[in-house]
Design a protein around this ligand. Structure first.
Ligand code: 25A
Ligand code: L14
Length: 340
């Protein structure tokens, strides 16, 4: 299918995800007519490169979206809440990376390997939401299993990279590590505790039920993407001192029996998945290998012998690419090819 050339804006272009967005658009050879880079007052006048051209960053304002066909937002929830409706009112289709719109019943929540059909519903608000990074990689891996055998319940623990919190958190991990190596007291500016040489069972804010928002996103977003409120999901989300790449220990109970071999076959053929599972040679998914790529790596596939229909697996992806920028660019590409 041929894509029409479109006018694209990136809101939050100077952030960790925004920067990656530029790279993904370039790699995708995205059919761009005009590209507009937007960020806050702090970034006024900053310059970024796209396809060898230098583009100046403009300050995001309510009327920034006149004549823009697709705006990809990655500037935090508050900014999306405030500015996505302005963009939508000017006829621009918003692909939003924040959690602001994901659970709105009039906003589709899309992972192209799973529910591309939902994109058609963008017309309700002119907004499409990109799911949370931890949810995206999990559903990419689980969807083929869900289709084949059904899934009753998911128990997931995550090992999440600091880049999810943005540039300032990457700086904090590097700075704390440097301090400790130099026998200096590290400072905690971004997280409530030291992240260097540590694990924090705490991502996003705590809720009244004792879970974090990040943990509840994994339940609510999975149900919305699979269009199935009967699936049980219980999550523990943990921050680890890794810069790029989220890892997940995923345990599932399927409705019908699947052997580990069946699951390996499904993963070998699944769109967006790379089967990385050769324990005899110490081969399994690693954050350092998944980082920089667009595939969700799956390995350590084995039977859960404590229940009748259980499978364990280890799922790893680049949280800034497939978990954010790549997924948004895939959605934008479908918009440009099929809807604009
Ligand atoms: O808590 P919130 O508000 O919901 O925000 C959460 C964070 O989520 C990130 C995003 O990362 C945001 O800060 N994010 C969004 N979607 C995500 C996803 N799917 C996601 N993370 C993971 N997965 P970020 O901090 O890397 O990028 C922020 C971008 O948003 C722009 N921005 C912020 N507020 C804005 C706004 N743009 C318009 N209007 C607003 N009100 C922000 O632009 C950035 O592009 P900026 O102008 O504030 O530029 C930030 C510049 O500052 C530099 N910098 C940041 N920290 C440090 C630093 N320099 C030195 N030391 C630091 N510690 C950066 O280099 C950047 O150029
Ligand atoms: O997109 O890792 O809902 O701190 C918010 C928390 C992204 C990751 C989202 C983190 C997330 C982020």
């Amino acid at each position: 299918m041929s894509a029409k050339k479109v006018n694209v804006a990136i809101a939050g272009a100077t952030g960790a995800v925004g920067n990656q967005m530029l790279e993904c658009l370039e790699e995708n050879d995205f059919p761009i007519n005009n590209l507009k880079l937007l960020a806050s007052e702090k970034s006024r006048g900053k310059r970024l490169e796209y396809k060898g051209e230098t583009l100046k960053v403009e300050v995001l304002e309510e009327d920034s979206f006149k004549g823009v066909d697709i705006a990809i937002f990655s500037a935090g929830g508050g900014t999306s809440k405030k500015f996505a409706p302005c963009a939508a009112a000017d006829g621009c289709i918003v692909v939003d990376n924040s959690s602001a719109w994901r659970m709105d019943p009039d906003v589709p929540l899309v992972v192209p390997e799973v529910n591309p059909h939902a994109i058609a519903d963008y017309t309700k608000k002119n907004i499409i939401a990109n799911p949370n990074c931890s949810t995206i990689q999990m559903v990419v891996a689980l969807f083929p299993i869900y289709k084949k055998s059904g899934i009753k319940r998911i128990v997931v623990s995550t090992y999440q990279a600091v880049s999810g919190t943005g540039k300032k958190a990457i700086d904090e991990l590097v700075e704390q590590t440097r301090s400790l190596m130099n026998f200096r007291e590290p400072e905690n500016l971004v997280y409530p505790h030291r992240i260097a040489f540590n694990c924090l069972p705490h991502i996003d804010d705590f809720l009244d039920n004792g879970y974090t928002k990040e943990e509840m996103k994994m339940l609510n977003e999975t149900r919305k993407i699979f269009e199935d409120d009967s699936i049980g999901v219980t999550a523990t989300t943990v921050r680890v001192p890794v810069i790029y790449g989220h890892s997940e220990s995923v345990n599932i109970e399927t409705k019908e029996f699947l052997s580990a071999e069946d699951v390996k076959k499904l993963m070998a053929e699944a769109p967006g998945v790379e089967l990385v599972d050769d324990i005899a040679n110490n081969v399994y998914p690693l954050a350092i290998d998944a980082a920089g790529g667009d595939l969700t790596q799956v390995g350590r596939i084995r039977q859960d012998e404590s229940i009748e229909n259980g499978i364990n697996m280890w799922v790893v992806a680049d949280n800034i690419r497939k978990g954010a920028a790549t997924n948004a660019v895939q959605i934008a590409r479908i918009l440009a090819e099929e809807y604009i």
